[in-house]
Design a protein around this ligand. Structure first.
Ligand code: ARG
Length: 459
């Protein structure tokens, strides 16, 4: 494809250099945004009398026909074009002749690309937010069925205190809800239209930036032309929000992987979301969850790529910044792919409450409750803690649990113990008793789920 800057240059570009320099392979996905941005720009040029109204009209019609042809497949992208911006402009000129050459008046590719990436991310983050919302809704639905499913909560991956499966799941709902709000924050800050920044120093033409912003659905315009073309915080912020989201998803996957191991067997994944082994006939592997956990590294890598690429750049535009796209696009693509696969995996898994309860019945997760029982009878907590520690050590030696330990043995350690201790350490009592805001008592978790569903409905 002939170069736009042929006037300044006397030699053709080397083919390998052209390929190296080109971004068309990955920025062609912004074709729709590029064309819409150009239509708004041309409309403004016409309205301001910077180009003739008839030419503005012809340019807008030409751009619309290019978009239609791209979408119908009648026009394909030229892989030798330097980037999507050059491709669209060249195609317009091929169709309209000299009129097409007027489109780039009062504009640079620097402000054009800054606009296109913002518009592309605005659309894509919207899709990610919808998916994330569905994920939180799904978690709420599954949780509603398990507010009485007692399981052990863990610290250090050691059985710690009694909770319910719903309470555990809802912890993730809270995390993903915050991810949702982080994405909204990032897109709100990105909501400034950069066209008019020109290459770096604005333009001498009497443009109307507010009009372009309005046409493209931005709530304002960037306030500094240097910043307008050299800011990529919005990519970094989105990649950062996506990295946090993936980190949450990865922790969830790690637990799913543990839960479907024979060591836990708290859940069983649907056959459609697991794979077999090529050699071991008994295997059912949680590959999907593992792959999501693995892909988290990619997204974090994308964030690091963006930060590293930007950290040494002098103002304003530098070609390094072309590297923003593959990183931020990959982060978006990966999150979409992972969340889309994760939701049905979660929906179709079988929960095994008996196994959760069986595991909860071992591991002395009611030891704190047993100590609290003594505290309620007047013993200072530290003394109660020590007494129950003695009982637990005894049980471990004899292979018993607190529930089955005879009352005499309790009394040997502390005479405040009476028959009502068995009710106090019953796992259901322990869960129900944790009746604080944010706690695992079924009524509290129900309230948590309802509050979340309400927040989601108005999100
Ligand atoms: N393809 C370029 C990019 O993605 C567009 C901007 C080019 N601007 C320039 N001055 N070379 O960054």
């Amino acid at each position: 494809m002939a170069k736009m800057w042929a006037g300044r240059f006397s030699k053709e570009e080397d083919e390998a250099v052209n390929d190296f320099n080109s971004s068309i392979a990955f920025d062609q996905r912004m074709a729709v945004q590029d064309i819409k941005g150009s239509i708004a720009h041309a409309t403004m040029l016409g309205a301001q009398g910077i180009i003739a109204q008839s030419e503005a009209d012809a340019i807008c019609a030409g751009l619309s026909s290019i978009l239609e042809d791209l979408q119908s497949g009648a026009l394909s992208i030229d892989p030798t074009a330097e980037d999507i911006h050059m491709f669209v402009e060249a195609e317009l000129t091929a169709r309209l002749g000299d009129t097409g050459k007027r489109l780039h008046t009062a504009r640079s590719r620097n402000d054009q690309v800054a606009l296109d990436v913002r518009m592309y991310l605005r659309d894509t983050v919207k899709e990610i937010k919808t998916l994330t919302k569905t994920l939180v809704e799904t978690i709420c639905e599954i949780s509603s069925e398990h507010t009485h499913t007692v399981m052990s909560g863990y610290t250090h991956l050691q059985r710690a205190q009694p909770i319910t499966f719903a309470h555990h799941l809802m912890a993730y709902a809270q995390m993903f809800y915050r991810d949702l709000t982080r994405l909204s924050d990032a897109t709100a800050r990105m909501d400034e239209m950069p066209l008019g920044s020109g290459a770096l120093a604005g333009t001498t033409y009497p443009i109307d930036r507010q009009m372009v912003a309005k046409l493209l659905g931005f709530s304002g315009v960037t306030q500094n032309s240097l910043d307008g073309v050299s800011d990529r915080d919005f990519c970094i912020e989105i990649a950062s929000a996506l990295s946090i989201l993936m980190m949450h998803l990865s922790r969830f996957c790690e637990e799913i992987i543990l839960w479907c191991s024979w060591e836990f067997k708290f859940i069983e994944l649907d056959d459609a979301y697991a794979t077999g082994s090529s050699i071991m006939p008994q295997k059912k592997n949680p590959d999907i969850a593992e792959l999501v956990r693995g892909k988290t590294g990619r997204v974090i890598g994308d964030l690091v790529t963006l930060l590293t690429m930007m950290k040494g750049l002098p103002l304003a535009y530098n070609k390094d910044m072309q590297e923003d796209k593959e990183a931020v696009f990959d982060a978006c693509d990966t999150v979409i792919l992972c969340v889309k696969t994760f939701i049905p995996m979660l929906k179709t898994m079988t929960v095994l409450p008996e196994n959760m309860r069986r595991a909860a019945a071992k591991g002395f997760i009611n030891a704190t409750d047993c100590a609290d029982y003594l505290v309620k009878k007047g013993l200072p907590f530290r003394d109660a803690y020590k007494a129950v520690g003695t009982l637990v050590a005894h049980c471990i030696r004899t292979g018993e649990v607190l529930e089955t330990l005879p009352i005499e043995e309790y009394k040997d350690v502390c005479d405040l113990f009476a028959d009502d201790v068995y009710d106090a350490i019953n796992l259901d009592t322990c869960v129900n008793g944790r009746d604080v805001e944010g706690g695992p008592a079924p009524a509290r978790v129900k309230a948590q789920i309802e509050a979340m569903q309400k927040k989601l409905a108005s999100y």
